[in-house]
Design a protein around this ligand. Structure first.
Ligand code: ADP
Ligand code: MG
Length: 323
């Protein structure tokens, strides 16, 4: 820690232990934790850099929220139960009001997901933060990218393209009304689909979170599983806010929807015999799940519309699957 005399950590990041497996939290050289019997540990980390992963004028409260959600989204995509976080924070200066807003939101978001901050590092440098998230996973219930099989069906949670639309609204300086504010909020405050991931992992063998757009992320699944897919673009779920921000559904920017980043929805690939369970899960957690396509034996990603016409994205990084 190089931020000098300030006892920033004790003031802003220390809070009472909220999880019983944390034997020693913030304050010593290391945290000490125990993993519940029969579980394995899932570990992931993601860095957010000012101006790269969030616009420079994003509020500290939104940045904190996003830094946690993007990490928990990776745990959700494996089916893990989030437990602990570490936070490596690089700050250009000691701006106490910035740090207070950031840490208040960080704590609130951590509490919402029942995760505990157990350590980290604080240094001086360009604004960036690296969160590491750790969670528990049942060894038999792990959703992996290589778990897709021909005949499986492809589902996505929520709606796609909202975050990319939110970014465009900010970049174009569009008027902020109820719709545009909702879309910007989808960019700044993504929700990690933790409940969905945990429940679906009981019967679903393959999932990925959509951080770089459906085309790229489903592409990772197809590559790892050595198969292909057909996705019906007319099935892709869109929010009414996004549609209204376009002129109508026919005018939607499909490049943005299919290849824009930051949605943090889950893409689940399930054997059709588990579709009923998946629908049951969706209703239990009140989250829309939409069937968008099927896994096939070839190694291409075909995107078609209701008439069967092929959609050819201009960018998106799956061209190498087309043989
Ligand atoms: P050391 O020099 O031994 O690495 P530090 O002074 O960096 O110790 O940190 C002291 C304690 O505060 C450690 O327990 C560390 O995990 C914790 N810590 C430091 N920065 C943060 C942070 N941004 N968020 C959470 N805990 C932090
Ligand atoms: Mg340190």
């Amino acid at each position: 820690m190089v931020l000098g005399e300030f006892n920033l950590i004790n003031t802003y990041f220390l809070s009472p232990s909220s999880r019983k497996e944390v034997l020693l939290g913030i304050g010593d050289d290391c945290a000490i934790v125990s993993v519940p019997e029969g579980k394995q540990l899932a570990i992931t980390t993601d860095t957010l850099v000012d101006g790269v992963h969030f616009p420079s004028d994003t509020s500290p409260a939104d940045i904190a929220c996003k830094a946690i959600a993007v990490n928990l989204s990776d745990l959700a995509a494996m089916g893990a139960e989030p437990a602990w976080l570490t936070l490596a924070l690089s700050l250009p200066r000691v701006d106490e009001s910035w740090i207070k807003s950031f840490s208040d939101s960080f704590r609130k978001t951590a509490d919402k997901y029942h995760v505990q901050l157990i350590g980290g590092d604080t240094t001086q440098g360009p604004l960036s933060m690296t969160v590491q998230a750790m969670g528990f996973i049942e060894p038999d219930n792990i959703m992996r990218r290589d778990g897709a099989r021909p005949g499986d069906v492809i589902y996505v949670s929520g709606t796609l393209g909202d975050a990319a639309a939110g970014l465009r609204i900010l970049q174009q300086g569009q008027t902020i009304d109820a719709n545009t504010a909702w879309l910007v909020n989808r960019l700044n405050r993504p929700q990690a689909r933790v409940d969905l991931g945990m429940k679906a992992s009981a019967y679903c063998k393959c999932a990925i979170d959509i951080s770089d757009g459906l085309v790229a992320d489903l592409g990772h699944v197809l590559e790892a599983s050595n198969c292909g897919a057909t996705v019906n673009i007319d099935s892709v779920p869109l929010s009414h806010q996004l549609v209204e921000n376009s002129i109508n559904r026919n005018d939607v920017d499909w490049e943005m929807v299919l290849s824009g980043g930051d949605d943090y929805e889950l893409c689940l690939v399930v054997n059709p015999e588990h579709e009923n369970e998946l629908m049951q899960t969706a209703s239990e957690i009140s989250l829309a799940l939409t069937r968008i396509g099927v896994i096939e034996e070839h190694t291409a990603l075909n995107i078609v519309d209701n008439t069967g016409a092929k959609y050819l994205p201009g960018r998106g990084g799956y061209e190498h699957f087309i043989k």
